[in-house]
Design a protein around this ligand. Structure first.
Ligand SMILES: Cc1cc2nc3c(=O)[nH]c(=O)nc-3n(C[C@H](O)[C@H](O)[C@H](O)COP(=O)(O)OP(=O)(O)OC[C@H]3O[C@@H](n4cnc5c(N)ncnc54)[C@H](O)[C@@H]3O)c2cc1C
Length: 412
């Protein structure tokens, strides 16, 4: 009997890792990703700890492994609608959104100037705009343009179709629904940022100077401060840790990565804007293992001050004005107010929801891994907040368990 593939839902670093490890161990893999590109949230990072390397260094090597492996079948812009059956013998119903741009696209980019429609760029958390036909990023995989079907004018425009020399565009494309037989399922659906607008006292949305940690990853801070600061002065950046986290009214849990992320971001800003001064307001500093090296570097930096105290409020006095940050300094037992050029809210992570009958979630929204049926495995940020290294380890471990299911099904 022919071995049925392993299904992986989610093409972030967890899902990609599971796909390449499984395929290199001999399994057929179907990797389903709802976005038009792989890479998940890691592709939206500037650099990542512990080594502070750009996302390319982790992703590109995996993309090469994917390109070299015929056993991995990637379905981008796709979602799983239903899974039926039992371990070793499942059937999965997949919905693939309309593919307006096919793989004949050479990414030449000639379609972009003629496209009349703009959209906020979700990859840049709305801080940048793209045309309706766009390439998500320079490290996008697969490297080709995509059309945002929600905003494209389609029949009333077709300028991109007219200019494309490669027959890569089909504005009449329709969604497809099909089924596949599979043996086991790895859930790697990851996370999204907690919505900072739900914490109104921290002022998010009242001006450009209050941003979230995910937005900061994609901001060009060097140029940003050049434009707002008079020559000879230095910018002050404040960080509010646990913005909504470890708070019964928002996220009761710790997202585990926000402290490491802020420390990383503070070092990155210092590198790009050497004269900058930073103040990090925290409840506790939680960094583990190799990430402690990043803390040590921050502690040794005279321009970065770590202040134990939770930010209570932030306001922008007038449009374009500085941020007034109201906080406390627990160790000296006093309330303080500071003025900053920018306030970064270290918001936590919330799990993406999957909507499959077999998948139950805990009160905090994460998948309850202990209640999954046989043949289902959940990894990375689908199960709990986790950094890249933890996600990769869990994905590799899940492949071993998936392999056991596939091999047992083969022997029957
Ligand atoms: C601001 C910030 C900075 C960070 N910096 C670092 C760092 O420097 N170092 C570090 O180690 N970690 C960092 N992290 C954590 C890191 O982002 C995560 O560890 C990593 O993204 C986990 O990968 P994942 O594959 O589990 O999830 P994701 O990256 O979220 O990938 C999940 C994928 O699944 C897809 N998906 C979701 N639902 C579905 C569905 N229903 N069907 C199909 N596909 C679906 C998504 O589109 C996505 O592509 C940071 C986190 C934050 C908040």
């Amino acid at each position: 009997m022919r071995t049925k593939p392993l299904l992986i839902i989610g093409g972030g670093i967890s899902g990609i890792t599971a796909a390449v490890e499984a395929a290199e161990a001999g399994m057929e893999v179907i990797l389903v990703e709802k976005q038009p590109y792989l890479g998940g949230r890691v592709s939206r990072l500037n650099r990542y700890f512990p080594k502070l390397c750009p996302p390319q260094c982790g992703l590109e090597i995996n993309y090469r492994r994917i390109r070299n492996n015929m056993r991995i079948h990637i379905l981008i812009s796709s979602c799983v609608e239903e899974i039926t059956g039992i371990k070793g013998n499942f059937s999965v119903k997949i919905r693939k959104s309309a593919q307006y741009v096919n793989d004949l696209c050479t990414a030449c980019g000639e379609c972009v100037p003629v496209c009349p429609v703009e959209r906020p760029d979700e990859l840049f958390y709305g801080t940048r705009r793209t045309k309706a036909i766009y390439i998500p990023d320079e490290i996008t995989f697969p490297f080709r343009y995509t059309i945002d079907g929600e905003v494209c004018l389609k029949d009333n425009c077709s300028e991109c179709l007219k200019i494309c020399k490669y027959q890569a565009i089909n504005l009449d494309a329709r969604p497809e629904i099909f089924t596949r037989e599979i043996s086991a399922v790895i859930l790697a659906t990851g996370w999204r940022p907690y919505d900072a607008r739900l914490i109104p006292e921290l002022g998010f949305g009242t001006g450009d100077r209050i941003v979230t940690n995910v937005q900061l990853e994609k901001l060009d801070v060097r140029n940003l401060f050049k434009s707002v600061r008079p020559e000879g002065s230095y910018p002050v950046i404040a960080f509010a840790q646990c913005a909504g986290s470890r708070d019964r009214n928002h996220l009761p849990y710790c997202s585990g990565v926000c402290c490491g992320t802020t420390l990383k971001q503070a070092l990155m800003i210092r590198e790009q804007v050497p004269e900058s001064r930073m103040r990090i307001f925290y409840i506790d500093l939680r960094v583990q293992g190799r990430n402690e090296d990043v803390l040590t570097r921050v502690q040794a930096d005279p321009n970065i001050e770590l202040v134990k105290g939770k930010v209570a409020g932030a306001t922008i006095q007038h449009p374009g004005g500085l941020v007034e940050v109201e906080t406390e300094d627990i160790l000296s037992n006093r309330k303080i107010r500071i003025t900053a050029d920018m306030l970064v809210l270290a918001t936590g992570m919330v799990p993406e929801q999957l909507g499959l009958e077999q998948v139950r979630t805990l009160n905090n929204g994460y998948i309850d891994a202990s209640s999954l049926p046989d043949g289902f495995f959940a990894v990375g940020n689908a199960v709990h907040p986790a950094d890249v290294s933890t996600s990769v380890k869990e994905a590799t471990a899940a492949v071993l368990r998936g392999l056991q299911v596939v091999r047992l099904a083969d022997r029957r």
